[in-house]
Design a protein around this ligand. Structure first.
Ligand code: AMP
Ligand code: MG
Length: 405
């Protein structure tokens, strides 16, 4: 990987992403967890069904199971069986019907179910309607899943419906990847913790809680946030400790060019900076490196930059480390209701945006220090370098909900 900490240029975003994914270490160990605790975990192996679902032909309705051919002799037939869901039926005696309920097994010999609303039952006999089709209202064995069908793909992050699927084929446990441990360090002598009184020159640490929450939403185990002073020795010590404790380190701030930016020199002292400065706005000073063998993602300090670079650069890397195969959400092509006439000539921009009544609006203040833009946004508009946008132009819109899962 190119050592580019002294290169003045920037890396194109697509190249930065490619490099990040190439540098991703092997997947985490596998563990088995109960299906009821597997929400949000990453499936380590594909799951094939050991059974057919449904396992037997069953009724889709409350009604009567019959043999269609029996109707040739007359439409009034005796009710010979009562089959609620969960019962194991007898074969259907010819010339009779069985009372069946939704989900009840179809008795051997029956080939249709008539819904009860179309029948009249009195004195143990049922008057059946005309026009009953073979197979009507029967849910056939295996119509949902056949034995051996792959019902869940390896590398998916398990959603509620995936857990339902696993349970429907009888699995009590699933093989998942161990949770990714991420050490989160915020930097800056100016940072005060929420709840403390602000002294002159201080600001509250917003990145700490925000990035910790983003990590939690991705299903990572977050160690921290820990606040670091702008001090070379303290930064080195904290990074060395974080590298011992975690699979990956995420930092915010201290990654720019000033004398008080201690992350890059500390990472270079303990490992390497493999990438720095990405052509993205907000967020140019994003850095990637290693502390010993532990990867480090250095997010910029400005809160909006930190938010965007986490979602666009750090998230794909973390998802890959978690063993996820698919994480990229769709970009929707939508109509702009805003003007963007001073684009950055070199950097891809991610404007904090919202979809309102079918058109996309952007927050009026897109400054990298303005966190209100991110709090207001429901999505990001991706703007190619140098692209001017007029109202009614079509723009790529990425819903935040995709990036937060
Ligand atoms: P830096 O990258 O450390 O130079 O920080 C850039 C800007 O982001 C400065 O205005 C910092 O005060 C601000 N900043 C850095 N870290 C945080 C944080 N954790 N929360 C809020 N603002 C921050
Ligand atoms: Mg700083």
């Amino acid at each position: 990987m190119t050592h580019c900490s002294h290169t003045p240029g920037m890396i194109r975003l697509d190249q930065a992403l490619e490099r990040l994914l190439q540098a991703c270490p092997d997947c985490l160990e596998v563990e088995f967890v109960p299906v009821t605790q597997a929400l949000g975990r990453v499936l380590a192996e594909e799951v094939a069904s050991p059974i057919a679902v449904p396992a037997y032909d069953n009724s889709a309705m409350d009604g009567y199971a019959l043999r269609v051919a029996d109707l040739a002799a007359g439409r009034r037939l005796p009710v010979a069986q009562w089959i609620p869901a969960g019962k194991n039926p007898e074969p259907l005696a010819s010339g009779s019907v069985a009372r069946v309920f939704t989900g009840a097994p179809i008795p051997p010999g029956a080939d249709a179910v008539v819904m009860q609303e179309r029948c009249v039952e009195a004195d143990g006999m049922v008057e059946l309607p005309e026009g009953i089709a073979l197979g009507e209202h029967i849910r056939c064995a295996g119509e949902d899943v056949q034995v051996g069908d792959v019902v869940l793909q390896e590398g998916v992050r398990l959603r509620p419906q995936d857990l339902g699927m696993a349970a429907s084929v009888g699995l009590a446990e699933l093989p998942v990847r161990r949770r990714l441990k991420v050490a989160l360090l915020t930097t800056g002598d100016e940072l005060a913790q929420p709840g403390e009184a602000l002294r002159p020159g201080q600001i509250y640490d917003s990145n700490g809680p925000m990035i910790a929450a983003l990590l939690a939403q991705l299903g990572c185990e977050c160690i921290g946030p820990r606040g670091l002073p702008d001090d070379a020795a303290a930064t080195r010590a904290a990074l060395a400790q974080a590298a011992e404790e975690a699979d990956v380190i995420v930092t915010t701030g201290g990654v720019s060019v000033g004398e008080e930016d201690h992350i890059r020199p500390a990472v270079e002292a303990l490992g390497s900076i493999d990438m720095w400065r990405v052509a993205i706005k907000p967020g140019k000073p994003f850095a990637f490196g290693r502390v010993g063998d532990t990867p480090l993602l250095g997010l910029p300090g400005n809160p909006s930059s930190s938010f965007v670079t986490f979602l666009i650069l750090a998230r794909p890397f973390l998802c890959r480390m978690q063993g996820r195969h698919a994480w990229a959400g769709p970009e929707f092509l939508l109509t702009a209701a805003f003007k963007h006439d001073r684009p950055d000539p070199k950097r891809e921009e991610f404007l904090r945006a919202r979809l309102t009544q079918g058109v996309v609006e952007i927050y009026p203040h897109q400054g990298s220090g303005v966190l209100s833009s991110a709090a207001w946004a429901h999505g990001l508009v991706r703007v190619a370098p140098g692209r001017k946008i007029q109202p009614r132009d079509v723009v790529p819109y990425i819903p935040l909900s995709h990036l937060l899962s």
